[in-house]
Design a protein around this ligand. Structure first.
Ligand code: DC
Length: 229
């Protein structure tokens, strides 16, 4: 008799534009799991702070602003993606702008912001059957995740991938802007005080520089199978 595979928690971390979300989405689709893009939550909070002119160097102002923020995810049947909602507004098309990308690492370094996001992320994982991608998922959000993957890729390949993605929407963007932003975010994300980006000791490293999407999915599915037997 075939035993039904148990549902697990999959944590995917790594530097900016390594293809974490692509892999997380592939896995969620294949396994019929929930996919959560934790970076979208930090981007949504940043968008709110920018729109409302919140001075995020003032803890009191940050705390008051966070009380006004409700984040949700909603399945978009047209794209098959899970879109983020900020106070019921679908803000998916604004959060990848350079304006948000330039400030998100500052906002994501704030202790109160991280606590706000992490509590919600942990709630989403309670029922298992979840794939979450970010920077601190295997270290802070789900330290007990059954499978942790740390994705890496050659820096030039990452810049090229992100440039292509952004250029489709905005032809004014330059490859230098993208490179500068990725380097800045990697530095800030790795060097902040609270939950800096680092590989969990028990994470598997996946370098996808020379892998096709299909190859990386196959590898990850093998690891899932080993851990959910
Ligand atoms: O995954 P992304 O590039 O959309 O994430 C945007 C920023 O949010 C990233 O530069 C750092 C921050 N982030 C974080 O600090 N912790 C996470 N779990 C996810 C993202």
């Amino acid at each position: 008799m075939m035993l039904k595979a148990k549902k697990i928690v999959i944590a995917i971390d790594g530097f900016s534009s390594c293809g974490k979300s692509t892999l997380a989405k592939q896995l969620a689709k294949e396994l019929n799991y929930t996919f959560v893009d934790s970076g979208a939550m930090y981007r949504a909070i940043t968008l709110y702070f920018l729109r409302e002119h919140i001075n995020w160097n003032h803890t009191k102002e940050v705390n008051m602003a966070l009380q006004e923020i409700a984040l949700d995810f909603e399945m978009n049947d047209q794209t098959g993606n899970s879109d983020i909602l900020l106070n019921d507004e679908n803000i998916e098309s604004f959060i990848r702008d350079m304006l948000v990308s330039e400030k998100v690492s500052d906002v994501a370094a704030i202790k109160e912001v991280r606590e706000f996001a992490v509590v919600q992320q942990q709630k989403m994982g309670k029922k298992k059957g979840i794939v979450m991608d970010g920077r601190d998922i295997g270290t802070t959000v789900f330290p007990d995740a059954e499978l942790k993957i740390f994705v890496t890729a050659d820096p030039d390949v990452r810049v090229e991938r992100r440039f292509k993605e952004l250029y489709e929407k905005n032809h004014n963007i330059s490859i230098e802007d993208v490179k500068e932003n990725l380097e800045m975010r990697d530095y800030m994300d790795s060097n902040r005080e609270v939950s800096p980006l680092r590989k969990a000791d028990d994470a598997i490293v996946l370098d996808n520089t020379n892998l096709t999407r299909e190859e990386q999915l196959k590898l990850a599915l093998k690891w899932v199978k080993e851990r959910s037997a």
